[in-house]
Design a protein around this ligand. Structure first.
Ligand SMILES: Cc1cc2nc3c(=O)[nH]c(=O)nc-3n(C[C@H](O)[C@H](O)[C@H](O)COP(=O)(O)OP(=O)(O)OC[C@H]3O[C@@H](n4cnc5c(N)ncnc54)[C@H](O)[C@@H]3O)c2cc1C
Length: 438
């Protein structure tokens, strides 16, 4: 029977271990806690939730609700254990974290095909069948091994995420498409101009705004080349106008005038359904971000696929490093969880499931195996591995699903949900599953 080494007993590693073992593989699961700990984990428990106890919405009309439904339909072991550990939280799935970890621990400990090693895994052998699921706080020695394997330019330690806005929610009347100095054949950027009065009000609001306090292990991690916008604004009222909001080379195509300042939006995905605010990494509180950005005429009613953030997070430059199967190129090493740039608890469980289905397909020689394009995991993993020069971690959201043409935005989500559920009918990611009675 094939053996696999799984590194990390967090959400992604535990989901993957159970899926792989249920499919008949012998699994060696390595978890370094409690001997070696991380700056955020507090216990030695498997599948510890490092922060909130919420897996977000359950209703099918929310992105996370649809995602969880997909995982449930495809037989996720951890989603099922999470449902059993549920605490009342309205339409959301919130759980008793101790009960959940105990249930995961039991499922792992009693599985005859899983051996749990309470040790740090430090090295990586490109020839050994391995799943790396060591999370955003991977140990230093393992990180060093990843460095050696893929090169230090392709592994990051810190997120500095600019907000990502849904294209459909922009007020296009207050935008113009243009590249700076009209370089290139097609305009890649959408520009959101601000007049003088709006610009200064915007800068003053940034200076006065509340920011999220950095965790002790994140202090001192800001880089001069990648400062939060509010920090740039604090350095002077004109600083942003000479930085990410500089209007030079962006003459308005209708008026012929150069705006006082602009926010540039650059496509975040190939379908151009999502755009990021270029250079707008920020530590502002989420509600405050929405409020301040709504001062920009084009963003007045903007809907955000994700808001800006800056925190400690080890992740790979997945588009450069991995194949669509989440395998590191030219190795037998697959990855899952936050390390791949899939951000969030449900995403960790989902990519654990996805990577295990890909490992099994690899073992049966089915290299053409894919998840349906219209599924949540198909869409999320496409985002992780499609070419993207500005790759940043991302939660699952509707903007990642294939584009559909409908009269209204409301209908659009309905069609995307329908397409997703239809695509999953009859799809069996684990044909070799042999459930084990525990
Ligand atoms: C501080 C912080 C707060 C977060 N809060 C939230 C939140 O509230 N909601 C949300 O949806 N997402 C949150 N996230 C993002 C993400 O969803 C979680 O980090 C999630 O737990 C990631 O799952 P994972 O399986 O990739 O990693 P983890 O759950 O962290 O699991 C990785 C495991 O690998 C182990 N490990 C690391 N290196 C080694 C090694 N060398 N050998 C053996 N074991 C090793 C670790 O001890 C850990 O148990 C947060 C992230 C951070 C850093």
């Amino acid at each position: 029977m094939p053996r696999i080494k799984v590194i990390g007993g967090g959400l992604s590693g535990c989901e993957a271990s159970l899926q792989l073992a249920d499919a008949g593989l012998d699994v060696d699961l390595w978890e370094m806690r409690p001997q070696v700990t991380t700056p955020a984990h507090k216990t030695g428990d498997l599948a510890e939730l490092v922060c909130s106890n919420s897996f977000k919405g359950l209703g099918l009309t929310s992105a996370h609700g649809l995602f969880k439904e997909e995982l449930r339909l495809m037989g996720s072991r951890l989603i099922s254990l999470a449902m059993e550990s549920r605490v009342p939280a309205g339409e959301s799935l919130a759980i008793d974290r101790a009960m959940f970890s105990a249930a995961v621990e039991k499922a792992i400990a009693t599985h005859p095909r899983i051996t749990l090693h309470r040790e740090e895994a430090a090295g990586l052998d490109p020839e050994e069948l391995t799943l790396v699921a060591s999370g955003p706080l991977s140990s230093d020695r393992l990180t060093q091994s990843l460095f050696t394997l893929i090169g230090s330019q392709r592994l990051y330690f810190f997120d500095s995420i600019a907000p990502v806005v849904e294209y459909d929610s922009l007020d296009l009347e207050h935008t113009f498409a243009k590249n700076r100095w009209e370089k290139g054949t097609e305009p890649d950027f959408i520009n959101c101009p601000l007049d003088k009065e709006t610009y200064f009000a915007f800068v003053d609001a940034l200076v006065a705004a509340d920011t999220v306090e950095a965790k002790p292990f994140e202090k001192g991690q800001l880089f001069e080349g990648c400062l939060p916008v509010e920090e740039m604004a604090r350095r002077g009222r004109e600083t942003l106008r000479y930085g990410p909001m500089r209007p030079i080379g962006l003459r308005h195509p209708v008026t012929g005038k150069t705006p006082f300042a602009v926010i540039q939006l650059r496509a975040e995905n190939r379908q151009r359904t999502l755009y990021n605010l270029v250079g707008f990494q920020t530590r502002l509180k989420w509600g405050t971000q929405k409020q301040i950005f709504s001062m920009v005429p084009a963003l007045k009613d903007a809907a955000y696929a994700r808001l800006g953030a800056m925190h400690r997070n080890t992740f790979l430059n997945s588009p450069q490093v991995m194949e669509p199967s989440l395998r590191i190129r030219n190795t037998r090493i697959f990855c899952a969880g936050q390390l791949t740039g899939a951000e969030g608890y449900t995403e960790a469980i989902g990519t654990g499931m996805y990577a295990s289905s890909m490992i099994l397909a690899h073992l049966r020689g089915d290299e053409g195996f894919t998840w349906p394009e219209a599924s949540c995991l198909g869409a999320l993993t496409r985002h992780l591995t499609d070419p993207n020069p500005d790759f940043q971690p991302m939660n699952f959201n509707f903007g990642l699903l294939p584009k559909v043409e409908t009269a209204s935005k409301k209908d659009k989500k309905g069609v995307q949900i329908e397409n997703c559920l239809k695509a999953l009918e009859g799809f069996r990611p684990f044909p070799e599953r042999v459930p084990v009675m525990t």
